[in-house]
Design a protein around this ligand. Structure first.
Ligand code: SF4
Length: 324
């Protein structure tokens, strides 16, 4: 069966035209491939600057792609299919026009499509509002009358208005109070079960990814360095970068990028390193790391981009030393 979404050898480069790096190309996404089945969630994790947000925007068509393909059920995503893909941003505040009542916000995509009466739009908005846990009378109110969690529910209802097959969730709970994060997560999980939605969850929150994602892809400098079943990757990381990243998080409740990995800064994505991208910071670097690395199958259905990791040498890599 064809996967719902497949991302194939995706590259995204863009030119920065001002500031310190004026005129330089940013290599944001460098050959990313993965697929998502119907009803499945893939988590995308990595430090800020690893390309995960650009990847999410490229899937949606919000940023152009330089090479590769994005396919929906095997067919190149075009304008008509784009509504199959919707995005939920971190901060619903910035995506909801404060001058519009909730019914109008929720049905904005249908309004643009045209062919609906005002009465139909209000009815549809009411149904959608109820499906995300709001009350029917909420549709006549304005965004400022709601809490952050309720505004995120409004944004979710709007994304559902066009009956998408997949949502990109870009840090969907990180702007919310801890007390409401779980409610939004539970809402997303129940909507997924009801509607067979697929999710691409972009997050620095390992506990969220652990709870929600079926598979996880770890990104470093615009590449996937490790991908596999969530618990396999998080409980027994194989790539040295994944290990460094998780070792840097004393508790899974800490955001990944709250502590820098111990060896050095993230190299610039303006001039990509030669050989393994992680070479300068890798505690296990050795001869052979000067060569470009490809994703190879490791245990189970996991793939890892490191020549030291193969099916055979399961324990060849030492865990990086615990932090003092
Ligand atoms: Fe480290 Fe070498 Fe593996 Fe890269 S290829 S992750 S430098 S051991």
């Amino acid at each position: 069966e064809l996967p719902l979404l497949s991302v194939e050898d995706l590259e995204v480069r863009y030119r920065v035209t001002s500031g310190w790096f004026g005129g330089a190309d940013v290599h944001a996404v460098n050959g990313v491939s993965f697929s998502v089945a119907e009803g499945e969630t893939i988590g995308i994790v990595g430090e800020s600057g690893c390309g995960k947000t650009t990847l999410g925007q490229a899937i949606l068509g919000l940023t152009g792609i330089s090479a590769g393909a994005i396919k929906l059920r095997g067919t190149e995503r075009d304008r008509a299919r784009r509504t199959q893909l919707q995005i939920i941003f971190q901060d619903p505040q910035s995506s909801l026009d404060p001058r519009l009542p909730v019914w109008r916000l929720i049905t904005e995509p249908l309004h643009i499509r045209g062919g609906y009466t005002r009465k139909q739009l209000i009815e549809r908005a009411t149904e959608l509002a109820v499906s995300v846990g709001l009350r029917p009378e909420h549709v006549d109110r304005y965004p400022h009358e709601f809490s952050g969690g309720q505004r995120q529910r409004i944004a979710i209802a709007r994304a559902l208005a066009v009956e998408p097959a997949l949502l990109v969730l870009d840090e969907p709970t990180s702007a919310l109070d801890v007390s409401v994060q779980a409610q939004i997560v539970n809402l997303l999980l129940s909507l997924q079960a009801e509607r067979k939605l697929s999710y691409v969850l972009i997050s620095h929150d390992v506990s969220l990814v652990r709870h929600v994602a079926d598979r996880v892809a770890v990104m470093y400098l615009g590449q996937i360095v490790e991908e596999g079943p969530t618990l396999d990757v998080l409980d027994a990381p194989r790539h040295p970068y994944t290990r460094t990243l998780l070792d840097a998080v004393p508790s899974f409740d800490r955001p990944l990028n709250s502590i820098a990995p111990r060896a050095g800064e993230l190299p610039s994505n303006r001039t990509l390193p030669t050989g393994c991208f992680f070479r300068e910071r890798c505690p296990s670097a050795t001869a052979g790391c000067e060569l470009p690395q490809v994703l190879v199958p490791a245990d189970g259905s996991r793939t890892v981009r490191c020549h030291l990791v193969t099916r055979a040498n399961d324990t060849a890599l030492p865990r990086t030393a615990p932090r003092p």
